[in-house]
Design a binder for this molecule. Sequence first.
Ligand SMILES: C[S@@+](CC[C@H](N)C(=O)[O-])C[C@H]1O[C@@H](n2cnc3c(N)ncnc32)[C@H](O)[C@@H]1O
Length: 237
Amino acid sequence: MRIKQLYEDFVEISLETCTSPSAGTGNLARIYTFEQLKSINGNVISMAMGSGNPTNFVNFHQGDFVVDIGCGIGMDCFLASKIVGPNGFVLGIDITSQIINFAHSEMKKMNAKNLYFINGDMQLLPIKSEIVDVVMGNFSLSCLPQPESIFPEIFRVLKQGASVCISDMILNSSDQNEKKPSLIWPFSVANIFDADLYISSLKKAGFCEISIHELGTIQINQGRIQSITISGKKPIQ
Ligand SMILES: C[S@@+](CC[C@H](N)C(=O)[O-])C[C@H]1O[C@@H](n2cnc3c(N)ncnc32)[C@H](O)[C@@H]1O
C-alpha cells in the first residue's frame, strides 16, 4: 500500500509539472532511439520512468498480444503497439489510477486503437492462462515487496515459446561508492535484486533461454543506479 500511496502522490505532482524523475537526466535519450522518441507524444516522454528499453530486446511480431506490467504512462506500450500493428494488442497494467487515466487520454490523442490501459495489480493479472506473446516490465518489479513472486504469474499467462523481458535496477555490491538505490529512488524501496537472483528466479519459475541484454547505469535525482535488461522464454512442451 505504501508504494501505491507514494506513486499516487508522485503522479499528482508530476502531472502538474509534466516531468518524471527520469526527465532531464539524459536517461531517456540513452534508453530510446531518436526515432522511438520522435514517434511518441511529448507528454508521454516527459512522464516515462524506465530504466531500460525492453521493446529493443523482444522479437515482437505483427498480431502479438503484449502485456506491460507496471506500465506507468505507457511509453513502452505505445512503442509496442506500433510494432504489433492493427491485428495485435497491447495491454498496460498499473496500480496507480491517476497515471492510467493520463495514459488513456494520451492514447486517445494518439488515436491508438490496439492498446488499452487498466488499473490493477501486476501480482494478480486479470488475464487467462497461456494467451500472451510478450510480457514486459520496465522499472516496475522493484516496487513489489517480493519481486521474484511475480515470475510464476508471468509464466502462467504466457503462451509456450513466448517471452518475458524485464528492465529494472539491480544492486551492485562491488561498487562501494554507489549510493543505496532507496536513497535515490524512494518508490522502489522494496527488494532490489542482484543479477544472479534475477536469473535464478526466472529459472525457478520455469523460464529457459535466459539472456542478459544490457547492464547499464541510470541517473536518477542525485545518484546512479545499476540497471539490467533480461529476458527469458517459456519452454515449448
Ligand atoms: C518506475 S515506474 C515505471 C513506469 C513505466 N514502466 C515506465 O517505464 O515509464 C513504476 C510503475 O509501477 C507501478 N506499480 C507499482 N507497483 C505495482 C503493482 N503492484 N502492480 C502494478 N503496477 C505497479 C507504479 O504505479 C509505477 O507506475
